[in-house]
Design a protein around this ligand. Structure first.
Ligand code: ZN
Length: 226
């Protein structure tokens, strides 16, 4: 055994592994910041209702909703539901409120709220609404409170205001919010271009790992010649 070339082989391997390791460790802890998602809201008959935007921020997920029509004026409950399945026209297929922590419903419930609970949305007399809410109980992706999980999630507007208290009512459901009148599947987007660290780091890490492997092969060839 030639101890010198063996040493080189180990060095090349360690060099490649170290570079890859630095790149992985170098990923910012708040890598999800700036990630976005959207939902196109519609009625059970497929009429457009508006759009919702979700942006991951250090303080939580900032949710903005713009209602453009097809929902009657008034104060209405609105929640993130546990599934993105909206195949049922009554949107029952979306399941219950998103609730990964096994809490009860409602901000005013001592055992609440659900992670997916939101402030009521108020639709004006002209049928429009502009709404924003910062939810620090959810993330878009990463961790058990991620709404972009394997079965997705949806944003649903109800027929009646959420009373923020009732865990469940046999007739009108959690918060006594009633029927589900509009909904949209929450669909994730790529990171914003100016925060695209992870998207760039992965190919860079792969390239450097390949470089390390190439150096390893080169040293092995040298050893074979010797
Ligand atoms: Zn709830």
């Amino acid at each position: 055994m030639n101890s010198l070339t063996n040493g080189r082989t180990k060095s090349a391997a360690l060099f490649g592994a170290a570079l890859a390791g630095v790149l992985v460790i170098g990923t910012p802890a708040n890598a999800q910041d700036g990630q976005t998602a959207t939902a196109e809201l519609r009625t059970g008959e497929g009429e457009p209702v508006g759009t919702a935007q979700f942006v991951e921020t250090p303080g939580g997920v900032e949710i903005t909703v713009n209602v453009t029509g097809n929902v009657a004026p008034g104060e209405r409950g609105m929640h993130i539901h546990e599934s993105g399945d909206l195949s049922d026209p009554a949107f029952e297929s979306a399941g219950d409120h998103f609730n990964p922590t096994d809490a009860e419903h409602g901000f005013d419930n001592s055992n609440g709220p659900h992670a997916g609970d939101l402030d009521n949305i108020i639709v004006a007399e002209d049928g429009t609404a502009s709404y924003s809410y910062l939810n620090d109980r959810i993330t878009l992706s990463g961790g058990e409170n991620a709404i972009l999980d394997s079965d997705g999630s949806s944003l649903i507007i109800h027929d009646m205001p959420d009373d923020y208290t009732t865990d469940d009512d046999p007739e009108t459901g959690p918060g006594m919010s009633g029927d589900r009148v509009a909904a949209g599947e929450i669909e994730g987007s790529e990171s914003l271009p100016d925060t695209g660290g992870p998207a760039l780091l992965v190919p860079a890490g792969a390239a450097l790992a390949a470089l390390g492997a190439g150096a390893l092969l080169f040293v092995r060839r040298l050893r074979a010649r010797a």
